[in-house]
Structure formats: structure tokens, C-alpha cells
Design a protein around this ligand. Structure first.
Ligand SMILES: [Fe+2]
Length: 342
């Protein structure tokens, strides 16, 4: 479609790249006036959109929001029940896990709302269940952005739901301890990986890749992870995806003893600490797509002012462009800080 014909609200069907092959806007972004003006600045004349009139109808957006809300709540509740039974010595109810993964997968086309919804979850008390559901949702997005097949995406979602099941065997005083764990306590905590793996190892219905994903989600590319200190290609892709989703959710969620950081602070932490630790390709895909899908969300600035995220440059994802009223704030040029996103 000709850029001059695009309306605000049109959805992109492909990434938009400059003539030097630099991504300007990712697929599935909803065009706003700021982005349209940038496309013109870059001399782009045509972009791929879903259909010429594929604006998101308001009713549809509301329906999608409800769908996430209900599937999220159901997933957290069922997972809580499944984990409780496991902690009482019963066998894991894998049929329910497969049903839950389908429920999560049902939100796959609804990325912007999924990201917004996850960003606004603040449930400190039910942390373990909500964390596993969040990781399952983020893992779905990453798998989708990596162009995995639907079957693989469903498996990755299941790894997300199951990755921390071993924590039901870790005492609460260690799980919820405020402050640093002692060395012995950390060893007990680390054991959740093996305990989780052992509780699904004998279940023949579960694919070996899912079991491996659960076992390896704390392995790190530089060999610094556990339980085996595996490196780069020794770690399966599913575990690499879960590792990133897991750490991102842990960074951004509030806990009883700490406040979560906002997504842009999390991106910065990944960029400074994460590059040698996580799989570089998976991390790059995750950061770029997640960042660019924050367009349309609102922020609160240091001075209490509210603004809307109108664009996130893919080459500088920690510095979005914001709009307050008719004024634009380019965070690459501004000293103001983003406090929270909603
Ligand atoms: Fe874990």
C-alpha cells in the first residue's frame, strides 16, 4: 500500500526497513501519525499492510482484552490447582497443562494487548502461578517472533507453564525470603530445576524437549548457569527462550520485597548484563519486538506528567519517542526519566 494512503490505525503486515536494511517498524505495529511522518522522512513510498481497511475496530480490541483477561485468570487458577496436587504427592495432571497451553495460544494474534496486559499484572501474593503464566505468554511471543511452528509454540508455552514446578518442593521461607539467600539456601533454591525435572521425567506423554526445557531453563550461554553449566549450543532453544522470558518477568514484576523495574529499564539491564549470558539471537529478537510493541502504551514521567509512547527506535530501544498533547519528547535528547508504563 502507498504510504500516502495509509491511515492512522493501519496494521503493518511486514517489518518496514530503510534502504540500508535497518528495521524502522516491526510487523503488526499499528501506525500512528508520528510513524507515518517518519516513513515519509525516510523516503519510503510503500509498506505491506494486512488489508487496506485493516484498522482495529474498537469492539474487537475490547473483545481481545476480555479474552486475555479470562484466559489469563483461568490459566493461573488451573495452574495453582495442578501445582497444589503435585505438592501433595499426586502425579502431574499433564492433560490440564496441554489444555492451558491451547488457552494461552488462543491469544497469539493479539500481541499488543498481551504485552499491555502482562505489563499491568501486579499480583505479589500469587507470584509463583502468575509468574509461570506470564512466562508462558512471553515465551509464546518470542516463539512467534522466531517464526517457530504452532506445534513448537505450544511446546514452548508448556515449558513456560512447567518451568518452575519444582518450586512447590522448596520451603516457603526460602522462596519468599526477603534479602539475599545464604549459600545453602541458594543450593536448595537451585534444586527446583532437578526436582521439577524429576516430577515429569517418567511421564511418557510429555515430549523430551519439554522436559529438557524445564531442566535447562537456568543454564546460561557462558556456562555460568545450573544445574550442569551447559554452554551455547548445548542448551536447547526452548530453554533459551524460557530463560529470557523468566528473567524479564522477574525483573519487571513487583515482589513482596522489591518493586519491579519498567520495561525500558529491563531492556537496559539486558543490554548491559545479558549479552554474553543469553542467546544473542533470541535476545535480540525479543528486545526489538517487545520494545516496538510498546507503542501506544502510556507512561508516567519523573515530573508526574503522562505521555504516550509513539515510537521506539529499534536501534535505541531504551529511548522511545513520547507525545504529551501536541509536544513530542525524544528520549535520546531528554534527561527526564520514565517512572512507569501502563
Ligand atoms: Fe526457575
Amino acid at each position: 500500500m502507498q504510504v500516502s494512503q495509509c491511515k492512522v490505525g493501519t496494521i503493518l503486515a511486514e517489518d518496514v526497513k530503510t534502504y540500508h536494511r535497518i528495521t524502522l517498524v516491526v510487523k503488526d505495529s499499528v501506525l500512528n501519525q508520528y510513524i507515518l511522518d517518519r516513513l515519509v522522512d525516510y523516503g519510503l513510498t510503500h509498506v505491506w499492510v494486512y488489508t487496506s481497511d485493516a484498522l482495529v475496530p474498537k469492539e474487537e480490541t475490547n473483545r481481545e482484552k476480555e479474552l486475555i483477561q479470562t484466559s489469563y485468570a483461568e490459566a493461573a487458577q488451573v495452574l495453582k490447582q495442578v501445582l497444589r496436587e503435585l505438592s501433595l504427592g499426586k502425579k502431574l495432571n499433564y492433560t490440564q497443562i496441554t489444555q492451558l497451553s491451547k488457552l494461552v495460544l488462543g491469544n497469539i494474534t493479539n500481541r499488543v494487548n498481551v504485552i499491555k496486559y502482562l505489563n499491568n499484572i501486579k499480583d505479589k501474593d500469587e507470584y509463583t502461578y502468575t509468574h509461570c503464566v506470564n512466562v508462558a505468554f512471553y515465551a509464546m511471543l518470542i516463539a512467534k517472533w522466531l517464526n517457530l511452528s504452532n506445534g513448537e509454540i505450544e511446546e514452548v508455552i508448556q515449558v513456560g507453564l512447567l518451568h518452575d514446578i519444582g518450586k512447590v518442593f522448596v520451603p516457603d521461607e526460602i522462596l519468599n525470603k526477603q534479602g539475599k539467600l545464604s549459600e545453602e539456601e541458594f543450593d536448595v533454591m537451585k534444586n527446583h530445576v532437578l526436582l521439577g525435572y524429576y516430577s515429569i521425567k517418567e511421564l511418557m506423554d510429555i515430549s523430551p524437549l519439554i522436559k529438557e526445557g524445564v531442566l535447562s531453563h537456568h543454564e546460561r550461554s557462558d556456562g555460568s548457569g545450573y544445574p550442569y553449566g551447559l554452554r551455547e549450543n548445548e542448551i536447547h532453544l526452548f530453554a533459551k527462550i524460557i530463560a529470557i522470558a523468566d528473567v524479564y518477568d522477574a525483573m519487571t514484576q513487583d515482589r513482596v520485597y522489591k518493586k519491579g523495574v519498567n520495561p525500558f529499564e529491563a531492556f537496559e539491564m539486558f543490554q548491559t548484563l545479558g549479552m554474553g549470558i543469553f542467546d544473542i539471537e533470541v535476545l535480540t529478537v525479543f528486545l526489538k519486538n517487545l520494545a516496538m510493541n510498546l507503542t501506544g502504551l502510556n507512561v508516567i514521567l519523573e515530573n508526574g506528567e503522562r505521555a504516550e509512547i509513539v515510537y521506539v527506535p529499534p536501534y535505541e530501544i531504551t529511548k522511545p519517542v513520547l507525545r504529551t498533547g501536541t509536544t513530542f519528547i525524544d528520549m535520546t535528547q531528554s534527561k527526564t526519566k520514565i517512572l512507569s508504563i501502563f
